[in-house]
Design a binder for this molecule. Structure first.
Ligand SMILES: [Fe+2]
Length: 186
């Protein structure tokens, strides 16, 4: 399996812009926390979160390839279950099989919730500090807030095996712990 530094180098080589790198790092810390929660492979889940949007700089205009190209690039570098989860995270657009197992659903809900939590942190005077589950739940109901973030994907945490409250608490805590690296500390 690829090492973390090599994964970061690949993101740099693929010209990952700063905002996308922040999303990748946030997805990584949430996936690591989910792996710990479920007793799964923390490095595998973390690397999958970190690399899931690797192709985005070249597929943003071609969503039918988003996820498929990343899986092709990472063949042999990550196990097949990770490539399947990466394809499935954009299944609606790329025609791959829909999420079907805990790992697939974890990537879907984990990578999606980063957008909501980051947007909320940027609006708060204290950043991630003191952020509560109930305020993120309120933002989920406010369709105008971070409107591009798919609420249904976040709710798929249920398919991964977590109630929404626990999933949000785990995600907030993971991003709070790493708020400096994520550019979210005040
Ligand atoms: Fe993503």
């Amino acid at each position: 399996m690829i090492q973390r530094q090599a994964a970061l180098d690949m993101l740099a080589e693929n010209k990952t812009p700063a905002s996308l790198l922040q999303h990748a790092l946030a997805s990584e810390v949430i996936m690591r926390a989910l792996a710990v929660r479920f007793g799964e492979n923390e490095d595998l889940w973390g690397l999958t979160g970190l690399l899931h949007d690797l192709d985005y700089p070249t597929t943003a205009e071609n969503p039918a390839r988003h996820g498929l190209d990343t899986a092709d690039i990472l063949a042999g570098k990550l196990p097949e279950e990770a490539l399947t989860a990466i394809r499935a995270h954009n299944a609606e657009m790329n025609g791959a099989s829909a999420p079907a197992c805990r790992f697939d659903y974890a990537l879907r809900c984990g990578e999606t919730v980063t957008g909501l939590i980051s947007a909320a942190a940027l609006m708060r005077p204290t950043g991630m500090e003191g952020m509560e589950v109930k305020s993120i739940k309120k933002k989920m109901k406010d369709k105008a807030f971070a409107a591009s973030v798919c609420r249904d994907n976040i709710r798929q945490c249920a398919e991964a095996g977590l109630e929404l409250d626990e999933f949000l608490a785990l995600s907030i805590e993971a991003m709070r712990t790493h708020s400096a690296e994520l550019g979210l500390s005040k």
